[in-house]
Design a protein around this ligand. Structure first.
Ligand SMILES: *Cc1c(COP(=O)(O)O)cnc(C)c1O
Length: 215
């Protein structure tokens, strides 16, 4: 199946970049995919999945979790503050921390719940109007703000503009992460995950190349 091909390509990209085997986590992005396709990928042993919407994730993952052990869920889409609690209770990681109001909400809920998923701060590397994320020049201050709130910030995330060379954006994200002492880099999708791995991605978010086109 396509999953094996993607795993092989990740292994080759790790080796090609002189990185340790297994240093990149594959997040299989299952948003808007039929359950049969998701289940086939679960049967093939994949356990780390990404969803854009909390609502959709809450609708489909509790049932899969009853059937399969060890599922790890990552929320990778924009997160409304009124969905934050549900996201924290459902997911092991959130990749879309992108504004102070969300950060303070997550911090308050982490106190209440007593735990917090791993967090990635989304950076709008292309400075696109319509895209979520803090601007590159605001990233250092926002990382500091999140750390000041005791949030478990593991790394940074970006989605490069569709019409630009992704490598430039991956390199920029890696640079911002390095100067902030952040080890995690969530970057690379179906069309560019090998480039992202060459530039240091620790988490690649691959959807259609594994599951096929979304419905
Ligand atoms: C949908 C999505 C992906 C996966 O995209 P593909 O091109 O299908 O691999 C990755 N990251 C985010 C944030 C997404 O919304």
């Amino acid at each position: 199946m396509a999953l094996e091909d993607i795993r092989d390509r990740i292994a080759a990209a790790e080796a090609g970049a002189g990185r340790a085997a297994g240093s990149v986590t594959l997040i299989a992005v299952s948003k808007m995919q039929p359950d049969e396709r998701v289940e086939a990928v679960l049967k093939a042993g994949q356990r780390v999945f990404g969803e854009n919407r909390v609502q959709e994730a809450a609708g489909k993952w509790p049932a899969f979790r009853e059937k399969y052990e060890g599922i790890e869920l990552h929320i990778i889409g924009p997160l409304q503050t009124n969905k934050a609690r549900q996201a924290m209770e459902l997911a092991q990681a959130i990749h879309s921390v992108d504004r102070p109001k969300l950060a303070t909400t997550l911090a308050r809920l982490a106190q209440e719940i007593g735990s917090c998923p791993d967090l990635f701060i989304q950076v709008n590397t292309g400075e696109e109007e319509q895209k979520a994320g803090v601007l590159p020049r605001e990233a250092d201050a926002f990382v500091a703000e999140c750390r000041g709130l005791d949030l478990p910030v593991k790394g940074l995330m970006c989605i490069p503009p569709v019409d630009e060379e992704p490598a430039l954006h991956f390199a920029l994200l890696a640079k911002i992460a390095a100067r902030n002492g952040l080890a995690g880099l969530s970057m690379g999708m179906s069309g560019d995950f090998e480039t992202a791995i060459a530039l240091g991605a620790t988490h690649v978010r691959v959807g259609s190349a594994i599951f096929g086109e979304r419905h």
